[in-house]
Design a protein. Structure first.
Length: 401
């Protein structure tokens, strides 16, 4: 057993212990949005745009950031909404329209509708944009893509960009690194499936590595958290999106999202999305469920109104991270037919970051063999990641900034 394997095992064991003992409750962590003095110093007297959604709360008071800033007299001129919308009521993948917020009358500009990047006209008159959304640590979670395009627009228009940092609940470095030629809204950065960064650290990496268009950099400030270090478990105070209703779904999401490029249901259209796997074939398993349209979750779920057979993962003692066990298991259960299993092969490749994982599965590689192929890219990424750490790392305790 080499040093890297031993280190990985020890980190995994420590996280499992902390998770099962309930250590480091979120009440101990002061998120960036709660450092109001620092935020007001950057927004007072300024014309402000907010990139926010239902996760943008001050944890202790359960106050939304918009309400907190309005109460302090901050001039909020625009709200920029990601996938699922500002109030979080839109289906996954559903286009969000521009509108006026019913509660405040502030214009809401959709960044998941006609375009992902705000126009110069939509930014006109703003001095600063504040980004505050709860990421889940996976490359294909679209809030970080929204952040990227906001940063790019701010770089072009010379507008200050402020990130209010929050913990990463899937804080691992694992999975295939996205390859050139597979850039998309679910894979905009050349990072692993699990990038092991907070949104603030990722914003610094985007800026520092010249990943914005034409290598530009935006005027970036990150308001850091207090009382958090990498690897600390963090029970989310608000569900990050409609189909991730609890901690189990959040933990399983990085491993199960790859199924979205297959014919296997991840439980969309049930009350336990991303906590089950199923297919309309009794050979897929003993557990059954029937996906059906649910407003605000999925109006047209895969295998709608069909009985799916498979696995109930709600009580699976899955500690987190990225596992290929589920994917390889279901591929075997359904007959090892690549063309029938990967019903949306192009989408699977975009989620995985290249076609390599799909080809390895079809070629019946073991999980150990697949993971071995990731390691050179992951080692290079780990070196890159260390440059942008704002918090003590789970392996070394090192902080870069």
């Amino acid at each position: 057993m080499n040093i890297q394997t031993i280190s990985t095992f020890l980190v995994f064991a420590l996280r499992l212990f902390l998770l099962t003992t309930g250590a480091q409750a979120h009440n101990d962590v002061i998120v960036g949005a709660e450092r109001m003095d620092s935020l007001l110093a950057l927004t007072g007297g300024k014309r402000v745009g907010l990139a926010v959604n239902p996760t943008s709360i001050l944890v202790r008071t359960k106050t939304h950031l918009l309400d907190a800033l309005l109460a302090q007299g901050v001039e909020v001129k625009q709200i920029f909404a990601p996938e699922h919308g500002f109030r979080g009521m839109e289906d996954a993948g559903a286009r969000v329209k521009n509108h006026l917020d019913a509660q405040t009358g502030i214009p809401v500009i959709s960044l998941y509708g006609k375009h992902f990047k705000p126009t110069a006209a939509e930014l006109s008159g703003l001095d600063v944009i504040v980004f505050d959304m709860q990421d889940v640590g996976a490359r294909f979670y679209t809030y970080i893509s929204t952040m990227h395009y906001l940063m790019e627009a701010c770089a072009e228009q010379g507008i200050a960009f402020v990130v209010l940092d929050r913990p990463n609940p899937n804080d691992y470095v694992d999975g295939p690194v996205r390859k050139p030629g597979y850039r998309s809204f679910v894979g905009i950065h050349p990072v692993p499936v699990l990038h092991g960064l907070t949104v603030g650290e990722l914003a610094m990496m985007i800026n520092g590595e010249g990943w914005l268009r034409d290598g530009r950099r935006c005027p970036l400030t990150v308001i850091r958290m207090e009382n958090w270090r990498h690897g600390d478990p963090y029970p989310l105070p608000v569900k990050p999106s409609p189909n991730l209703p609890n901690e189990q779904a959040v933990r399983l999401y990085p491993s199960l999202c790859l199924f979205e490029g297959t014919g296997v249901s991840v439980g969309r259209g049930t009350c336990f999305p991303f906590q089950a796997l199923g297919y309309p074939n009794p050979e897929a398993g003993d557990f059954t469920f029937t996906p059906a349209p649910i407003a605000g979750l999925d109006s047209d779920p895969l295998h709608k109104n069909k009985t799916c057979y498979g696995m109930d993962l709600r009580k699976d003692p899955f500690p987190g991270g990225l596992s290929l066990h589920f994917l390889l298991d279901f591929y075997s259960r359904l007959g090892k037919n690549g063309k029938q299993f990967f019903t949306r092969a192009q989408w699977f490749d975009l989620l995985a970051g290249s076609k390599e994982l799909r080809m390895q599965i079809v070629s019946e590689y073991t999980e150990k063999e697949i993971r071995a192929a990731w390691q050179p890219d992951l080692e290079r990424y780990r070196e890159l990641r260390r440059k942008y750490l704002l918090y003590p790392d789970y392996e070394t305790g090192r902080v870069s900034h």
